[in-house]
Design a protein around this ligand. Structure first.
Ligand SMILES: Cc1cc2nc3c(=O)[nH]c(=O)nc-3n(C[C@H](O)[C@H](O)[C@H](O)COP(=O)(O)OP(=O)(O)OC[C@H]3O[C@@H](n4cnc5c(N)ncnc54)[C@H](O)[C@@H]3O)c2cc1C
Length: 428
């Protein structure tokens, strides 16, 4: 007889929700985490306020999970964003919707969400062991046997759920430990790479730090391939840093830099900023002309101050080949058209991104081809389940990854409980 029906390795959102589903089904569950606290990454998500999910409709949710979001259609049938909201409201955590559908606790305190989850699994009788790093998952004749802790202790179970997360921000405990255990069961790990990560550029204006600290509001940032085709564009806010660009839309574009690099075997990838995404070139040019006509004796660099971010003006003028001291009446129509084009498409090159450790989310992971989407069980090893960021699924920040973690976690917990029947006597 095994020690537990189900052992869940990893107490992030996916492992915690797997514990809820397995415990609700009546299975005896052990949740093991190597850290001293559960839900550490969940606790720092959404700027420390815990972005529990996103309220968008299913198709839009999936569109915001560019890393294999379509795989989630099946887990969402068991547990989707609406279920997540109802679950937390049921635990007494009132939620509020913010911009772009992001859902937060009304308390704005991540601890309230994490504590409610821990309280729920305790109520369900889940055994919890923190400060207990797992060394390996044990397999016997193509079947799960249990786990071995780093201490050498062996704990047996009918099922094991690997919920160890990715490799990003390793100080939260996510150090990629689950991948070799998956490989030992015959699984493939697709290449790991940073997503939702700041972008690096070696452009002279970045090296000179002349724009460092400048934020741009409501602009469009885009990534282009060498055939001059726009690969992706995101609208919102961004920031110039000492190494490149960051901020919400830069993070969203970051994974596409790597995609273009790999697809075309190049290092430098073209990016562009449209400073007025809501306005056509003709509209921008006509405003420029009006401003120059209104103040014909002022230098162009001063005329542009009310219209463009001041610190960008010298760079924009130099890119457009216009002397910044020239007065309004001296600017030719051709120069104005070139300046407009530069404002609408300020091109620069990215040479890559910051590291996987600095990324918010890990791209790649356990190949989804080897996982049953209905149950999250391995197609290769009986009794082995996966959930959360350890899988080859990644979304934009904004509650999408956490939704994927909760949904795959719930699905894995529920089906592991099914697989573990008849249940052993609950241990406490
Ligand atoms: C700063 C930050 C902000 C974020 N903000 C958002 C956001 O706003 N919206 C969003 O959707 N996503 C956000 N994310 C991403 C999101 O938090 C993760 O995708 C999510 O936490 C993944 O959940 P998980 O359960 O798969 O893994 P994790 O949360 O990474 O948890 C894995 C757990 O496994 C444990 N573990 C690992 N190895 C072992 C071992 N050998 N033995 C025992 N235990 C082990 C770890 O200690 C850890 O507790 C953010 C990430 C970061 C870093």
């Amino acid at each position: 007889m095994q020690d537990y029906d189900i052992i869940i390795v990893g107490g992030g959102p996916s492992g915690l929700m797997a514990s809820v589903a397995a415990g609700e089904a009546g299975a005896s569950v052990l949740l093991v985490d190597k850290g001293d606290k559960l839900g550490r990454k969940l606790g720092i998500s959404g700027g420390g306020r815990c972005n529990v999910t996103n309220a968008k409709e299913q198709d839009e949710l999936i569109a915001n999970i560019p890393g294999n979001g379509k795989f989630l259609y099946s887990p969402f049938q068991h547990w989707n964003n609406k279920d997540i909201m109802a679950f937390f409201e049921g635990l007494g955590i009132r939620l509020k919707e913010e911009d772009n559908g992001r859902m937060f606790p009304v308390s704005d305190k991540a601890a309230s969400v994490v504590n409610a989850l821990i309280g729920k699994i305790r109520d369900l009788g889940t055994a919890i062991r923190t400060n207990s790093p797992v060394k390996q998952v044990l397999y016997k004749s193509d079947q799960i046997a249990g786990i071995e802790l780093k201490s050498g202790e062996i704990i047996t179970s009918k099922c094991v759920i690997i919920a160890t997360g990715g490799q990003s921000v390793p100080q939260t405990g996510s150090t990629g430990d689950g991948y070799p255990w998956a490989v030992a069961a015959g699984h493939t790990i697709t290449e790991l790479y940073p997503t939702e990560v700041p972008i690096v550029s070696t452009e002279a204006f970045i090296a000179s730090k002349e724009l460092q600290g400048l934020s741009l509001r409501d602009v469009e940032l885009s990534v282009w391939n060498p055939k001059d085709k726009k690969v992706i564009a995101h609208q919102g806010d961004m920031l110039f840093t000492h190494f490149g660009v960051s901020g919400p839309i830069a993070l969203r574009c970051s994974q596409f830099i790597r995609q273009v690099q790999r697809k075309f075997d190049i290092v430098n990838v073209d990016m562009a900023i449209d400073l007025f995404p809501g306005r056509s070139n003709a509209e921008v040019e006509s405003e420029l002309r009006r401003r120059l006509e209104d103040e014909p004796r002022k230098s162009i660099k001063n005329v542009l101050k009310g219209m463009l971010p001041e610190r960008m003006i010298p760079l924009l003028l130099s890119k457009a080949g216009i002397d910044s001291e020239v007065v309004g009446s001296g600017v030719s129509n051709a120069a104005l058209t070139t300046l407009t084009a530069t404002i609408k498409k300020f091109r620069f090159r990215a040479s890559g991104t910051r590291s996987l450790k600095e990324a918010f989310v890990t791209g790649g992971g356990v190949s989804l081809k080897e996982i049953q989407p209905k149950s999250m069980e391995s197609k290769l090893m009986s009794g082995l389940f996966f959930c959360g960021e350890v899988l080859d699924i990644h979304g934009y920040t904004g509650g999408y990854n956490i939704t994927a973690a909760f949904s795959t976690g719930y699905t894995a917990g529920k089906h592991a409980a099914e697989a573990a029947k008849p249940y052993s006597l609950k241990r406490s």
